[in-house]
Design a protein around this ligand. Sequence first.
Ligand code: SF4
Length: 342
Amino acid sequence: MTITDPNPAQSADTSAPLLEVENLQVEFRTREGVARAVNGISYTVQEGQTLAVLGESGSGKSVTAQAIMGIVDSPPGYVTGGAVRFRGTDLLSLPEEERRPYRGEQIAMIFQDALSALNPVFPVGWQIGEMFRVHRGTSRSESRKKAIELMDRVRIPGAAARAGDFPHQFSGGMRQRIMIAMAIALDPAVLIADEPTTALDVTVQAQVMNLLAELQAESRMGLILITHDLGVVADVADDIVVMYAGRAMEQAPVDAIYARPAHPYTKGLLESIPRVDLKGKELSAIKGLPPSLLNIPPGCEFQPRCPYATPLCVAERPPLREVAPGRYASCHYAEEVLNEQR
Ligand code: SF4
């Protein structure tokens, strides 16, 4: 067994942002052609910050997370450009053996489907304890003790008695708590939660989101919440990146986006959330479907679906630019979209 350096970031630049993704590009080379899944995404996560990354399926939000973790399935996936800096160190430039210690130790990830992410044939306490046995060389009895402490921390009732139970003996919400326990076991500086509540019912969703927020407040982790559901992140996120066809359409503090979105796509997403105060009114939906990544439309990626589109939108791809203090949008007409909502 190889015991890796438990804290690769000790030599890192502590004045640098916690995590910086810069102009990241990922493509999948398939028989049908090259699918450009991520086309120059950039964002920064600071200590104690929660960044929500929002988008429909195929927008590139999960592939970006996989590239940060260094787990893009290759082939067919390739990171073709950009940087992922953890406290100033570009992880993409490191050979695999130097990069591996960052995974789990400094940047951890919770996956969408806890049932398939957990091993069905080992008790959950054993699986959580494995984090300590493998990464820290901790003894079996000490690892079990730590696993039970973590199960307590993520509020699994009767943790000591349940450590010997198997994943199928837990509800969906409890399984997701077990995944969270595994992810925070090594005290990561950044936690990426990829649709952590998708498979759960609404009340359990809220409990899991509150748990993540509490754990983050305790440890000052940077938290990246990947979701397709604007409603889920409203109460917990500080900032939002809205992704579409592998690019950022809008980036802004959460309150600003909810009050007045600057991009027609974000506006469409917000208008499609059911609201109690608009009971009886027809729910609006964004027309059409997200584009195939094998065949991204010319100009603005959103133009075939956009009610504001003009010939300029087909001719020129709008860059992501600051359209109001602290907020960015890639739309030729973002100022007009903002102004019409005054
Ligand atoms: Fe719509 Fe044009 Fe703005 Fe794209 S650039 S979002 S098509 S108005």
